[in-house]
Design a protein around this ligand. Structure first.
Ligand code: MN
Length: 294
């Protein structure tokens, strides 16, 4: 199933090019009371939500997907984790052209490192950085360079710690397209990658049963109609089961937690006024604007 959050707080079920408003299905989620459990309640209760979603009567005139405002389908992860340098050609691009990444992440320390996320671990992005296509990317430091990083976002469904590779995929609830927006520079990655709107998720959350092989998805990113990134998720260096094993070796993973799996080659700067389009097999596509932070 493909769930979206649209027009602020409506829950949508996407079928083809229409969105069914299934907001009443949220009644399947238990009421929350302090202290609120870690994680996203929608993902934590996904089987009940999917069952309820099937029962909500469909409107005779559903909205067109192209006509709704899409917000992030994931709202309350306990953390957003991200893999550094997880596509070989991305690392080579930056290493060959120091101008691409002045003083940035892909320094000499990555040369000769076969599996960077094993050596350097995953990094965290503030959960307040999450946005959807409707918000777009809001540039906070216009004098600095902000790059797009197109990534497959894996959403954790079942909590776990020290998850073994062999069992890792059973902990995946589904997938989104992710944008790991990044200010280039010398500050810690968690600072440069965590401004508001610098983690765009969408256009929807696709349950894992719809994506039989998440390592065989073609994904692309265009800026103002020019294709900048185009790759297959099969090119990632450390695959999803190993990323889950690495992450859960230190963190307990909670429902709704997001793992950004790294970006392929072709990253580049965006400026206010740019229009970014992203697409991925099985996950759909979305278009968003780059603007100044208000
Ligand atoms: Mn990234």
């Amino acid at each position: 199933m493909k769930f979206c959050r649209f027009d602020y707080d409506c829950l949508g079920l996407i079928e083809g090019d229409v969105v069914h408003d299934i907001t009443p299905a949220l009644d399947a989620l238990p009421p929350l009371r302090w202290p609120v459990p870690l994680g996203d309640p929608l993902i934590a209760h996904l089987p009940a939500l999917m069952e309820a979603a099937r029962r909500v009567p469909r409107s005779a005139s559903p909205r067109l997907l192209s006509q709704v405002k899409l917000h992030s389908p994931i709202t309350n992860p306990s953390k957003v984790m991200a893999a550094p340098a997880n596509y070989r050609l991305h690392v080579q691009q930056d290493t060959k052209d120091p101008g691409v990444d002045p003083g940035g992440t892909h320094m000499k320390a990555l040369e000769g490192v076969e599996r960077p996320a094993e050596k350097y671990g995953l990094f965290l992005k503030a959960t307040s950085a999450i946005a959807g296509a409707a918000e777009g990317v809001q540039i906070v430091l216009p004098e600095r360079r902000t790059d797009h990083e197109l990534e497959l976002a894996v959403v954790i469904g079942r909590a776990g710690h020290a998850i073994r590779r062999e069992e890792a995929m059973q902990h995946v609830a589904g997938y989104c397209i992710g944008l790991d927006m990044t200010v280039r520079g010398t500050e810690d990655r968690s600072f440069r990658k965590s401004p508001d709107t610098y983690t765009v998720l969408g256009p929807c959350f696709v349950t894992a049963d719809e994506i039989p092989d998440p390592h065989a998805l073609s994904m692309s990113l265009w800026v103002n109609g020019e294709r900048r990134q185009h790759s297959s998720t099969g090119a990632m260096t450390i695959d999803i089961p190993d990323l889950i094993a690495i992450a859960s070796s230190v963190y307990t993973l909670h429902p709704g937690d997001v793992i950004l799996t790294g970006t392929p080659e072709g990253v580049g700067p965006v400026l206010p006024g740019d229009v970014v389009r992203v697409a991925c097999d099985g996950l759909g596509e979305m278009t968003l604007r780059v603007s100044h932070h208000p």
